[in-house]
Design a protein around this ligand. Structure first.
Ligand code: NG6
Ligand code: CA
Length: 515
């Protein structure tokens, strides 16, 4: 594989490798890299993955001219651990405190840790992060002063610029954070945040349902009210800085476009993490009522629009050819995730998981098998569909190889260079991938088999979403050549169960490496 990658490098970077002159020249030819990271977008949610009720022309364009993967996997079935893994190249289950984070969680990635942004920066890239963060901010949980610059933020993780939401749209604080400070800060409305108790006199969804003029909760989500939608957690103040949900996609996209324009003459890395299609789904009016799936469908259309805006900007600036775009999702889909948005009744035959079993949170495939599309016209000239088994955790080492970055010893311990596979130049399956369900049940997936370790836990999610967890007291084994993880064949193939158990044991104690 190494030789092949060098081939790519020499094509794309030959000029830069020999030029010693100023930074600009040194970096000439390096591809820009844009990582488009949707939230809760399922394997079956895009037109190019078979969705029938929704048009996604901009994502289709990427798929039609790139490599579309049918066996791509996120490392976890929820956001925080998935994002942690992809940005650090370390399985989240190795590190305590990486479960779904509150909006006032302290920074989960240690500033000293090596990240994808550090890697790009070391290779001469300008780096930017946009949209959903959900990996904590500031030194200490619940100790942040949101009215002053945060002492630790994305600048400490290698991002030159960031315009982010602290956690999720359903968690306070409902403000954007730009370079570690609340954007559009309103001094007349100081911000306070708590995940323990409300601030005196502040309305909540629970006590003041009459104030919920935009969306009502279906489960949970009944604490502070912002923009007529109640959230998880309590906040006070914010004033003009508070977001309007219907403008979130616009805000993120406009800032991202601005970043591209500012850095059009130097290589840039952009982490573009959309809020769509996470709850609360409240897309802009111009996306409403255009498909039969209601707000969830509108949110997918809005996601596609954001993708289109980035593409159009690259086109206008003449950057499309030498920009590598990788598009994916942080975990599998969920229909009712806590707001009464009628997503369930309006599915109209749509299957967000594309018929995979389970969904977000789950140990089954629906939890972690997600769309992955790679687009880079300069190098990928023959569009293709690849069924190679790939895992998001490998993107860090793969991109490091792409840009010839030297990763410090011990960094990104679980990330392997699979660049040639990502670019469609070979179809080598990862020998195994490890996946984490919401309750930390781990699975080992190989091309042909899936092993789910035995674990405690109810067969269905207990708090609202109608999703099979895949948890069972004893180990399960599925033949992945059969569709849908229907028949547990653990009793039939004990030696296979043993083999996959050994893989898990050795990955856990770091004695198994991929050659
Ligand atoms: C759950 C929330 C859900 C969502 C999820 C995190 C409730 C009842 N449910 O706890 O709405 O926010 O956390 O989603 O509060 S993730 O995609 O960011 O991981
Ligand atoms: Ca998610």
């Amino acid at each position: 594989m190494k030789g092949k990658q060098y081939g790519i490098l020499s094509l794309a970077l030959s000029s830069c490798l020999i030029t010693q002159a100023g930074n600009k020249e040194k970096n000439a030819g390096k591809p820009n890299v844009i990582f488009i990271y949707a939230d809760d977008l399922g394997y079956g949610d895009l037109e190019c993955y078979g969705a029938k009720n929704i048009r996604t022309p901009n994502v289709n364009r990427l798929a039609n001219h790139g490599i579309r993967f049918t066996n791509g996997h996120a490392t976890a079935a929820t956001s925080t651990p998935s994002r942690y893994s992809v940005l650090t190249g370390e399985y989240a289950w190795r590190k305590p405190g990486t479960d779904v984070a509150a909006g006032n969680a302290g920074m989960i990635i240690n500033p000293a840790q090596y990240t994808m942004a550090d890697m790009f920066k070391s290779a001469g890239y300008t780096t930017g992060a946009f949209g959903k963060w959900h990996l904590g901010l500031g030194d200490k949980t619940a100790q942040q002063d949101w009215n002053a610059p945060l002492p630790t933020a994305l600048g400490d993780l290698g991002f030159d610029y960031s315009y982010i939401m602290a956690a999720t749209a359903d968690r306070v604080p409902c403000v954007f954070i730009e370079n570690g400070q609340v954007a559009n800060y309103d001094p007349s409305a100081p911000i306070e945040v708590s995940y323990i108790k409300n601030f005196p006199g502040e309305p909540t969804g629970k006590d003041n349902p009459e104030l919920l003029y935009n969306l009502k909760p279906s489960h949970g989500h009944d604490q502070s009210i912002v923009n007529g939608i109640s959230r998880i957690g309590y906040m006070k103040g914010g004033g003009k800085a508070l977001w309007k949900d219907e403008n979130i996609a616009d805000s993120i996209t406009v800032h991202a476009i601005d970043f591209i324009k500012r850095h059009k003459d130097e290589p840039f890395f952009m982490y573009f993490a959309t809020n769509d299609v996470h709850v609360p789904r409240f897309p802009h009016e111009r996306f409403r009522n255009k498909n039969k799936m209601g707000l969830r469908g509108d949110a997918i259309a809005q996601f596609d629009w954001s993708v289109g805006q980035l593409l159009q900007t690259l086109d206008e600036l003449g950057l499309t050819r030498n920009t590598l775009i990788i598009l994916s999702s942080d975990n599998g889909p969920v229909v009712d995730d806590g707001y009464d948005d009628r997503a369930e009744e309006l599915l109209n035959g749509h299957t967000p998981t594309g018929n995979l079993r389970g969904g977000k949170y789950s140990a089954f495939e629906g939890g972690t098998r997600i769309p992955v599309i790679v687009h880079w016209p300069e190098i990928i000239q023959k569009p293709a569909v690849s069924d190679a088994l790939i895992l998001q955790i490998d993107w860090l080492a793969s991109f490091a190889s792409l840009v010839n970055a030297r990763m410090p010893k011990g960094s990104a311990p679980d990330s392997y260079n699979r660049l040639a596979t990502l670019l469609g130049q070979d179809h080598t399956d990862r020998p195994w991938v490890i996946e984490q369900a919401a309750n930390h049940t781990l699975s080992v997936r190989t091309k042909n088999w899936k092993y789910i370790e035995g674990s405690e836990g109810a067969p269905m999610i207990t708090w609202g979403p109608k999703i099979e967890t895949g948890y069972l007291g004893t180990p399960q084994l599925y033949d992945m050549q059969q569709i849908g993880e229907q028949e547990n064949v653990a009793a039939k193939y004990p030696e296979k169960v043993f083999e996959l158990e050994q893989i898990l044991r050795k990955v856990r104690n770091k004695t198994l490496k991929i050659k």
